[in-house]
Design a protein around this ligand. Structure first.
Ligand code: ATR
Length: 275
């Protein structure tokens, strides 16, 4: 019988996950279908019970349900538990297991682009949910140091305090980060600054950026933020948010099917969809 997968969120109409996963099912000859469901916060529990009733094979979880889904599942993977959010659920013989592939997807993409991340100096801009998943996952796999900078310093301090993995971290104001930008090998922009429609904004100035620094922005609308444009002008190697989106999807697909899919193919599918 055809297996059914889903993504739940609110709103969800803009999600590119159905096109991406359905293309993969077809490409790998898997008899399955992936569907987007708009689920209101008040209906989350009913939706999960419905998924149990129809024995849905697995689903992705997006805004605003990534935290609220956790108590409704049977098991949570330790990394997802430490991050405090789930974006992927696998149904194993009726047992719903929650994972977080946002951070691990990002790190998987990073490892595929860089020869090594060992001993690298990393700066994360932002301290929201996305920063949290990337920070904890990078700390769990081990890099050199990971500094955090954010408009609200208390939030960055909170992330560092909550991180269950050993990593050397300094908390910097935005202007301190700007000043010492040249020390970093990898800079990860996780705030919503520069996202459409306010595309002219950028979180920090890049006048001290060193050539060949790897600069990643998790935004994919627009495909090239003002931040990435400036970084490229200064000789950085840049990556947009399609990388994280595609890699989180690839790791979810692997958990469901055992196949680690071709992320280049996935990126092309997503880019076509974005126009
Ligand atoms: P997500 O889950 O996508 O990471 P979030 O949890 O709302 O979203 O986090 C948004 C991040 O963008 C935060 O780091 C936020 O900074 P604050 O912690 O100071 O709020 C940052 N951010 C959003 N708009 C911003 C702005 N106009 N200026 C500076 N930082 C901003």
């Amino acid at each position: 019988m055809q297996k059914l997968y889903a993504v739940i969120g609110d709103p969800i109409a803009q999600s590119m996950s159905p096109i991406m996963h359905n293309d993969l099912f077809q490409f790998y000859g898997i008899d399955a279908h992936y569907h987007a469901f708009a689920i209101k916060e008040k209906n989350l529990e009913i939706a999960v019970n419905g998924f149990r009733a129809i024995d849905l094979a697995g689903f992705n979880v997006t805004v605003p349900h990534k935290v609220a889904i956790m108590p409704l599942l049977d098991e949570i993977d330790p990394l997802a538990k430490s991050i405090g959010a789930v974006n992927t659920v696998v149904n194993v013989n009726g047992c719903l297991i929650g994972y977080n592939t946002d951070g691990s997807g990002f790190v998987h993409g990073l490892k595929s682009k860089l020869p090594s991340i060992v001993n690298k100096k990393v700066l994360i801009i932002g301290a929201g949910g996305a920063a949290r998943s990337i920070y904890f996952t990078l700390a769990s796999v081990g890099v050199g140091t990971i500094d955090l900078t954010n408009r609200t310093l208390e939030k960055a301090k909170g992330l560092s305090y909550d991180c269950p993995y050993e990593v050397q971290t300094s908390i910097l104001t935005l202007s301190e980060a700007e000043e010492q930008l040249a020390v970093y090998d990898i800079i990860i922009q996780t705030t919503s600054i520069g996202m459409a429609p306010q595309t002219e904004c950028k979180p920090i100035s890049l006048h001290n950026l060193r050539e060949n620094t790897f600069v990643s922005d998790i935004i994919y609308n627009p495909l090239e933020t003002e931040f990435l444009k400036r970084a490229k002008e200064r000789g950085a190697i840049t990556e947009n948010g399609i990388a994280m989106f595609v890699n989180q999807g690839a790791l979810a697909f692997e958990k469901w099917t055992g196949i680690l899919p071709d992320t280049n193919r996935m990126a092309i599918t997503v880019q076509k969809q974005l126009g």
